[in-house]
Write a protein of this length. Structure first.
Lengths: 186, 115
């Protein structure tokens, strides 16, 4: 299984390409059925708690996720095209507007044998917005790291020798990541 | 990595001709004439692209006054790929969960057929 590739063919777009070892109709279902989308979408430590999808042109979609420390994040948009099983086009905006305006997302599925290539093109309003989006998952990753560190620090007794601090840090890290998002969703 | 270096690199990389020039330079240094040859483009047009790449620090020019060979500078390119790596790994993580969902769906279908 090859990993996802990221390309920036223009100043305002991002293209993701990834192969899946499954027929196209199943990949399409996993992208557009709420009970399936909920199981995989989102950053580490976040889980989808509510997902509504009205898959038709002009229909809306909305995803509510909960993350570290009870943080909530909601995003959604409107379907512009819904051509099962090979193409879906929708707008995407976040309630907290961490990127300005809305993105236009095009997902195209091509089946070869029983494998499916998913190409997702995300079009943003400006280069600044696109660049901010590219930088954000990394920022989230850093924030998650700090969250874990906070948890470790909170668990520490008031005075500990440096060596024990080191060990406690590792224990806290394992504890925090011991549960995968799939397990949390169950 | 300084934001302005990334900015310049992204501007430079947004153009398909400039990306093709970089790909060519992976194989070794080349003169402007050699770089222009595969494109339906004049040497001054190629020189303009090279100025953008040079400004972004993606290429450098040799001192040889006659040939001034162009060579690839790997460092800013690595900065861009490192930066994209955070974004890439975020999606790869999600897609690996999607792999698991698809496995479950296929297993369900196989069970359905067997009954």
């Amino acid at each position: 299984m090859s990993g996802v590739t990221v390309d920036t063919p223009s100043d305002t777009s991002i293209v993701l390409v990834r192969d899946f070892d499954a027929p196209r109709r199943l990949v399409f279902a996993a992208l557009t059925r709420p009970e399936l989308l909920s199981r995989w979408l989102g950053a580490r430590g976040w889980q989808v708690v509510d997902c509504e999808i009205d898959l038709r042109v002009g229909g809306t979609w909305r995803v509510l996720s909960r993350g570290p420390g009870g943080a909530q994040m909601a995003h959604g948009g409107v379907y512009r095209e819904a051509a099962a099983p090979d193409r879906v086009v929708y707008t995407e905006a976040y309630d907290d507007q961490w990127f300005a305006g809305e993105a236009l997302v095009t997902a195209e599925l091509v089946e070869t044998g029983r494998r499916t290539t998913l190409t997702t093109t995300m079009q943003y309003g400006s280069r600044e917005i696109r660049d901010a989006v590219l930088a954000t998952p990394m920022r989230r990753g850093v924030a998650e790291g700090y969250d874990r560190l906070d948890a470790v620090l909170a668990d520490l007794p008031p005075t500990v020798p440096a060596q024990q601090t080191e060990r406690a840090h590792h224990a806290g890290h394992v504890h925090q990541t011991g549960k995968s998002p799939e397990e949390q969703a169950r | 990595m300084a934001a302005d270096v990334l900015d310049a690199a992204f501007v430079a990389l947004a153009d398909p001709t400039r990306r093709a020039i970089l790909t060519r330079l992976k194989g070794g240094e080349a003169t402007v004439g050699q770089l222009a040859a595969p494109f339906a483009m004049s040497q001054p047009a190629v020189s303009k692209h090279l100025k953008v790449l040079e400004h972004a620090g993606l290429v450098s020019r040799g001192r040889d006054a006659q040939r001034r060979p162009v060579r690839l500078e790997a460092r800013p390119l690595k900065a861009v790929t490192d930066w994209l790596e955070g974004y890439r790994s975020y999606w790869e993580e999600s897609y690996q969960r999607l792999d698991a969902v698809l496995d479950d769906l296929e297993a369900d279908e196989r069970r359905g057929r067997a009954q």
